[in-house]
Write a protein that binds this ligand. Structure first.
Ligand SMILES: [Mn+2]
Length: 331
């Protein structure tokens, strides 16, 4: 059982300890990376020792925000609090934007997480303490709100990390999750000196040619149901290899079908470890993606959710179509 804590209680918890290891989620995105980076910088700014766990799935696009922050785990510079090692520093483990234990990064599956800072309403409460504010579009908004409670100033470096967090989780302020608070947070980042044009250029205006070839293929092969309101696409590993795609090329592809006029539910299917099929679902406000994915043991937000099932892409396709058919006739 987790204790639900206020942001003030979360800040007091962080102020009462000294050494931190901060965890991002599996297949890290801009929100988890930017939130971890900013929290790490803020803890250091108030005299703590803090490191970001070197998630083996960090991609090159995010490296500029993690420079000097990742722990050198191999040198035992930072050990988990529950790890019995007299050489290393005992760290209190905190997670940012992680909704479930199964989403902890590789190498940290068993971590005793002391505090989870999150914005997923579906946070399963795997940490000893949880602050999950569902009203926030990005975990970055939660971290920004935490800074004054820690007594940490918002520096340019933190502001740029948080701008990455907030802009990427909102599709550059276009998704239904955006609120007035989202814009206030972005404004605070700009006021603190964040240079947002180069960030927007990298994350929202630039594509590798391999990515464009992927989009061409997805357009060619997209399936439609329910008179065009449901779009289904798949990216098998063979296609990733054929086109030479990197994770950076595909990290925001899940909503691709939503760009087609009339589509309310966009499904993206991929293969994941263990022969499982991963489902990403994006929904217009007419539907609840989290509720649909919950039927398959998954979760997420109303606008964006996911699940995974045994049996690869064919089984995932069948499972999600069945779950969607309870909302809308698919013929
Ligand atoms: Mn997030």
């Amino acid at each position: 059982m987790t204790a639900r804590v206020t942001l003030r209680e979360a800040a007091d918890f962080l102020l009462a300890r000294d050494d931190y290891l901060i965890l991002s989620h599996r297949r890290p995105d801009g929100d988890t990376v930017g939130s971890c980076a900013a929290l790490c910088l803020a803890l250091r700014a108030v005299g703590k020792r803090a490191w970001v766990y070197p998630n083996p799935q960090f991609t090159p696009k995010f490296m500029p925000y993690l420079e000097g922050l990742t722990a050198e785990m191999q040198n035992a510079k930072c050990k988990m609090q529950n790890e019995d090692d007299r050489e290393g520093v005992r760290c209190t483990v905190v997670s940012c934007d992680v909704a479930a234990r199964s989403l902890l990064p590789y190498g940290m599956e068993e971590a005793a997480v002391e505090l989870a800072l999150d914005h997923h309403g579906t946070n399963e409460g795997f940490a000893a303490r949880t602050h999950a504010d569902e009203s926030r579009a990005a975990c970055g908004e939660v971290i920004l709100e935490l800074l004054p409670l820690l007594g940490a100033p918002l520096t340019k470096e933190m502001a740029e990390a948080l701008y990455v967090a907030i802009s990427t989780d909102t599709g550059c302020f276009r998704y239904a999750n955006v609120t007035d608070n989202t814009f206030r947070c972005a404004a605070a980042c700009v006021a603190a000196g964040a240079e947002i044009y180069p960030i927007n250029r990298v994350f929202f205006e630039t594509k590798r040619r391999a990515r464009l070839k992927l989009e061409a293929r997805l357009i060619e092969e997209m399936e439609f149901f329910a008179e065009g309101r449901v779009a289904v696409s798949a990216i098998p590993d063979s296609l990733i290899a054929e086109l030479g795609l990197t994770e950076d090329d595909i990290d925001d592809i899940s909503g691709f079908g939503r760009s087609v006029e009339g589509v309310d539910l966009a499904v993206m299917l991929r293969e994941v470890e263990g022969g499982r099929g991963k489902i990403s679902l994006r929904a217009s406000p007419a539907f609840n993606a989290a509720a649909i994915c919950a039927r398959l043991g998954g979760g997420g937000h109303p606008g964006a959710a996911g699940a995974s099932v045994d049996g690869g892409i064919p089984a995932a396709r069948e499972a999600i179509l069945k779950a969607i058919s309870r909302e809308i006739a698919l013929e």
